[in-house]
Design a protein around this ligand. Structure first.
Ligand code: FES
Ligand code: FE
Length: 421
């Protein structure tokens, strides 16, 4: 058995190998703590969407790793991500899940901070001398967005968001291109599913095209969907490592063989307003958009864009996570949005059929990983038949573990990198 002690540094190269990863990576509290500092408190983390704070002074509470943060829009429209910890003696400052306010007043001793993080008032000023305390809410040094998806990094330097996303950025563009207005909103609210499982199991599962035929067998049989065909060894769907831990399931070969809007489980006849608006807005390009549909994209380390819904993975402890889900809403497409919201609720909502299956698997795997033997988790599927694309990235079949290995490559890079910001 591998043992890890606080004296010996953890050898991540030994634990995360190309074809297998060690079970302790999902259970060891010391590894979990290092993941927070080396991954969640360093690289770009998806926080929220600009549509969630559309008006000046809107705010919404979010998380980065185990840290509670407030995403705010100041009166000038600039977006800030603040740690939700009073600079005086540490109380949580903002207790509401969302709202509109130019300032946050700490309930403990009444210090007040602007939504930029700056301290603007504190009671009984005489206690602090002439200049007063210069203590603000901690503000993340780097905040950037792409297609309204807001990411933040606790590191003061490092790759830009564009460098981090690389070719994944185009997939966000493809998602937005399905709106007649060229924009999406995440305006339906989020459901949080609390799972007794490590956060990496949640990410790996959404990158896994091997399980649907089996874990979701009853849903596929009951709903007569085409999903079973997509996730089979005969499927033309491919799995692409996009670099930096991101991966794509490329569904377009199937949708290009099908009528427009097949990806939505619909047709032009069933969504006539949407089809008309898209043709008016995009002209000749509408056909491509309506046929190709949205991406099936994993964004390291905490975001999944699963065609019509979004998942965000929040780590709480080695064996405890929250999966936050919401439906994508395409601006200017009410008939499409109604349909896709219903689909999202049915698949990953409170009684969502797909999420219920996956949650059961996550918790069973977490229980299994607590056992001593065998020590390893196998992630080798497809390794021998993968090819390499023109960017040097691996391409596998849809049931291959290509996207999971993409995750582990970036994981290992970050966990073994020299400097920690
Ligand atoms: Fe916030 Fe004292 S802890 S004002
Ligand atoms: Fe699933």
């Amino acid at each position: 058995m591998h043992t890890t002690t606080s004296q010996a540094p953890i050898d991540y190269r030994d634990l995360a190998r190309g074809d297998r990863v060690h079970g302790s990576l999902y259970t060891n509290p010391e590894i979990f703590a290092e993941e927070m500092s080396r991954i969640f408190y360093r690289t770009w983390i998806f926080v929220g969407h600009t549509s969630e704070i559309a008006a000046p002074n809107d705010y919404v509470r979010k998380s980065i790793g185990t840290q509670d943060v407030i995403m705010t829009r100041d009166r000038d429209g600039d977006i800030h991500v603040l740690l939700n910890r009073c600079a005086h003696r540490g109380s949580i400052v903002c207790n509401e899940p969302r709202g509109n306010s130019s300032a946050f007043r700490c309930p403990y001793h009444g210090w007040t901070f602007r939504n930029t993080g700056d301290l603007i008032g504190y009671p009984f000023r005489q206690g602090y001398g002439e200049s007063g305390p210069e203590l603000n809410l901690a503000s993340l040094p780097r905040v950037a967005s792409h297609q309204g998806f807001v990411f933040a990094s606790m590191a003061t330097d490092g790759p830009t968001l564009a460098e981090h996303l690389g070719p994944a950025a185009e997939e966000f563009d493809r998602l937005a291109s399905l709106s007649p207005e060229g924009e999406i909103s995440l305006s339906c609210g989020w459901i949080g599913h609390r799972l007794n499982a490590n956060w990496k199991l949640l990410f790996e599962n959404d990158a896994d095209g091997y399980h649907p035929q089996f874990a979701h067998r009853s849903v596929i049989a009951a709903t007569n969907t085409h999903i079973g065909d997509l996730y089979s060894d005969r499927s033309p769907v491919t799995a692409h490592d996009l670099g930096h831990g991101h991966s794509l399931r490329e569904m377009r070969p199937v949708y290009r063989d099908s009528p427009p809007l097949s990806w939505a489980g619909a047709s032009e006849e069933r969504l006539p307003d949407y089809a008309t608006q898209m043709r008016a807005a995009l002209g000749d390009r509408a056909d491509v958009a309506l046929t190709d549909g949205p991406p099936n994209l994993m964004v390291f380390p905490n975001l999944a864009i699963m065609d019509i819904h979004i998942s965000v993975f929040q780590p709480l402890a080695p064996d405890l996570s929250v999966q936050h889900v919401t439906a994508v809403q395409w601006n200017g497409a009410p008939d499409l949005n109604r349909r896709e919201l219903q689909q999202t609720v049915a698949s990953v909502g409170p009684a969502g059929m797909f999420l219920a299956d996956d949650a059961e698997m996550h918790e069973r795997v977490q229980q299994g990983l607590a056992m001593r033997e065998p020590e390893w988790v196998d992630v080798s599927r497809g390794l021998l038949r993968e090819r390499t694309d023109e960017h040097g990235h691996a391409v596998g079949s849809v049931t291959d573990e290509t996207g999971i290995r993409a995750f582990w490559h970036e994981y290992l890079r970050l966990m073994t990198a020299e400097e920690v910001a």
